[in-house]
Write a protein that binds this ligand. Structure first.
Ligand code: CA
Length: 229
């Protein structure tokens, strides 16, 4: 059976964009949202670092020249804790910058001015690479999740999930055996503009249970959700 359209479009991933030029930041955020990503933004290095440390983004777009901490300093401090994929935006196409970036742990570069379509393509590749390294198939009884293709089967049959249902399921599966709070799911799935939507998590979980079986995801009253290991 062909993979459903939902899966091809299921790109609800959360991206952080750190860029101090307001117009570029706006354009980037708009292009990424249109590309199906949830987008958080920061206009200064320290705010960007704070957000990058506070949430588990699927990728970060990081400008080099920033007020406060510059992009290299942000990257250096972030790498002491996390391996979030980072795409650097640099105004200088200097060899020195590239070497420095490799040492500091950047995953890719784009030299300004760049094409938005190219940025989206590079970002997709970056996320795919990092997902591919870290995520083999996940087996949950008769339910199998393929994180690379973002598709799910139940007893071998493909099941069509919406992008957000898929993201919730994958997140719970990656944290199997742990209780995942609604807040954690909410932070993973929705960007900071969506603060009225947290109750939707319950609706999505209800729908996932209908499609994949009621026992798959347990509710821990007052705490959150759990997929047992
Ligand atoms: Ca800048």
């Amino acid at each position: 059976m062909a993979r459903g359209k939902n899966f091809e479009n299921s790109t609800v991933m959360r991206i952080l964009v750190v860029e101090d030029e307001p117009r570029l930041l706006r354009n980037l955020a708009k292009a990424l949202r249109e590309g199906g990503y949830a987008v958080d933004t920061a206009e200064a290095g320290d705010d960007g670092l704070f957000k990058a440390e506070s949430y588990n983004y699927d990728a970060i777009v990081l400008d080099v020249l920033l007020p406060g901490l510059d992009g290299w300093q942000v990257l250096e401090r972030l790498r002491q804790q996390k391996q979030t994929p980072v795409l650097m935006l640099t105004a200088r196409d200097a060899f020195k910058d590239r070497v420095r970036g490799l040492d500091t742990g950047a995953d890719d570069y784009l030299v300004k001015p760049f094409d938005l379509a190219e940025l989206l393509a590079r970002l997709r590749a970056l996320i795919r690479r990092s997902a591919g390294q870290a995520r083999p198939h996940i087996e949950l009884g008769e339910v199998t999740i393929d994180p690379r293709a973002r598709c799910v089967t139940r007893a071998g049959e493909p099941v069509a999930l919406t992008a957000r249902e898929y993201s919730i399921l994958e997140y719970l599966a990656l944290h199997r055996g742990e209780v995942v709070t609604r807040t954690a799911l909410y932070e993973h799935l929705f960007d900071e503009r969506d603060d009225t939507l947290s109750n939707l998590v319950d609706v999505h979980v209800f729908s996932i249970r209908k499609k994949l079986g009621h026992d798959l995801i347990a509710t821990r009253r007052g705490q959150g959700y759990c997929i047992d290991s």
